[in-house]
Design a protein around this ligand. Structure first.
Ligand code: SF4
Ligand code: SF4
Ligand code: FES
Length: 490
């Protein structure tokens, strides 16, 4: 049952009356009502552990303070989150968490978004009573393709253990030993190699689990965030894209809550799709083939070439891929049918083979395109939905097209056989690629016009469930790349 449909009861939080779903987790309700209750082990997407003992509150009628993550809401409950008793518990608990914590903050990637740092500023004891030396533990351990572990920094909240038990259900992690020798690790030092490992970095409240991809690259306070959607497959996981506005570079992508699509999680494959936006593999300027070599030209010349090609093009075909936004695809279909007056617009979706199947039992889908449904509905509007790749290949055998315009996949991995289809059209005299990446297919083209990746534009992707979801521009990493409308001179 969704929380909205649950019976509501009145409770009092720090003297203020609020309505909350009956039986709802008390800490969740407190946090939703802006009560700043410190917590480490509680995560709304995981089971309750009651391990960190930070979320104590006082509830009227109860003989002693209780952990709010393990309590549920009932009618008339009066909760106090800032009493002297509560503050005293928080202070000593935090001191306990820090007994063996190393002084790594200046070199720790979690700095700026660390639960220990943040709570210490507010609830810290400041003067240490410790006379013993800290217990030293293992540091800088690679525990998988994407994750580094520092066991000294771990506060044993067990979020990562519960995550791997409950979400991908791979159960690689556990807490070993007892007392102050307790240590987080993987079973028999096995590598974390499932497709969801980087979620553990997001949920680790300290710097014990860090991402190999992100660590030491950028201090988080230099980054800005925008809401977007992962382009990695037709699931369309909701994400936050983090970028450096001065450097104009994207640094990471993290999942954003959407209960209907991806909950709190995303897969590692999708998370690392942001790397496709880096300038290193991008088409940095328009390119024209001169004596067999692709040479950079400016946009003025590129547009002159483009207009000449369109003028001569009585026999022109277009191939589009479902890696573009619905707005871009609408512009493409409209331009070529209405202005260029061709119906030879083909798409790369094989409708009979299009599958909603999840290939890793969680989120990642077989269809590695973010907008297959958007493309199909636009093609249908123009009565061109049946002109798929199979039909295109048939037509290549009989038609004598002079020009082929290809809207290339933004992610070359998504359509692995891309080049082999193109090779069947060797007789076509002018081949134009509109796209983002240098790939094995690039030398096949005579004119190449660079356009924007998913972090550089606004628009809509329609996921496998036919849900329209918005992507938002973060930063423009390649100055010379242009929006589709400008590429086409609309
Ligand atoms: S590694 Fe992080 S998430 Fe895992 S138990 Fe330690 S602090 Fe918690
Ligand atoms: S499941 Fe698909 S949409 Fe979600 S993160 Fe992975 S690749 Fe991206
Ligand atoms: S959040 Fe309640 S005990 Fe950790």
């Amino acid at each position: 049952m969704s929380t909205d449909s649950k019976e509501k009861v009145k409770i009092i939080i720090d003297g203020k009356e609020v309505l909350a779903p009956k039986g709802e987790n008390l800490l969740k309700v407190l946090l939703e009502n802006k009560a700043a209750v410190p917590h480490y082990c509680y995560h709304p997407g995981l089971s309750i552990a009651g391990a960190c003992r930070m979320c104590f509150v006082e509830v009227e009628g109860q003989p002693r303070p209780l952990i709010s993550c393990n309590a549920t809401v009932s009618e008339g409950m009066a909760v106090k989150t800032t009493t002297e008793k509560v503050k005293e518990i928080q202070k000593w608990n935090l001191a306990f968490h820090l007994i063996n914590h190393p002084l790594d903050c200046p070199i720790c990637d979690q700095a700026g978004e660390c639960g220990l740092q943040n709570y210490y500023m507010k609830h810290g004891k400041y003067n240490s009573d410790m006379q013993e030396n800290k217990v030293l533990k293992r540091k800088v351990i690679s525990i998988g393709d994407h994750i580094m572990l520092d066991t000294e920094r771990c506060i044993l909240c067990s979020r990562c253990v519960r995550f791997f038990d409950e979400v991908p259900k791979t159960s690689e992690m556990a807490i070993f030993n007892r007392g102050d020798r307790s240590e987080i690790g993987t079973f028999q030092d096995k590598a974390l190699n499932n497709n969801y490992t980087l979620n553990s970095v997001d949920i680790c409240p300290v710097g014990a689990l860090t991402s190999k991809d992100f660590r030491f690259k950028k201090r988080v306070w230099f980054l800005k965030d925008v809401d977007s959607v992962c382009p990695g497959c037709s699931t369309g996981c909701n994400v936050t894209v983090s970028f450096d506005p001065i450097e104009k570079r994207t640094y990471r992508m993290r999942p954003r809550l959407n209960e209907e699509v991806n909950s709190y999680w995303m897969c590692d494959y999708g998370r690392l799709r942001y790397k496709q936006t880096e300038p290193e593999n991008r088409i940095l300027a328009p390119l024209k083939k001169v004596k067999g070599n692709l040479l950079p030209i400016d946009w003025k010349n590129a547009h002159t070439e483009w207009k000449e090609i369109l003028k001569e093009s009585s026999e022109l075909a277009v191939l589009v891929t479902p890696q573009y936004t619905s707005e871009e695809l609408e512009a493409v279909y409209h331009f070529f049918t209405q202005t260029v007056k061709t119906q030879a617009i083909f798409h790369t979706i094989e409708a009979q083979k299009l599958s909603d199947a999840v290939i890793d039992e969680l989120l990642l889908r077989q269809d590695k395109n973010p907008n297959s449904q958007g493309l199909l509905s636009i093609a249908k509007k123009y009565n061109l939905e049946n002109q798929d790749l199979f039909y295109f290949e048939q037509q290549l055998k009989t038609k004598s097209w002079k020009t082929l315009v290809v809207f290339a996949p933004q992610d070359p991995q998504s359509i692995p056989n891309f080049l082999s289809w193109l090779e069947k059209g060797q007789n076509i005299s002018k081949k134009i690629l509109i796209g983002t990446h240098i790939s094995h297919a690039t030398p096949f083209f005579d004119l190449i016009l660079p356009t924007l990746t998913f972090v550089e534009k606004n628009g809509t992707f329609v996921n496998f469930k036919n849900m329209e979801q918005k992507i938002n521009a973060a930063t423009r990493s390649v100055e010379e790349a242009k929006p589709i409308a400008e590429v086409l001179c609309l």
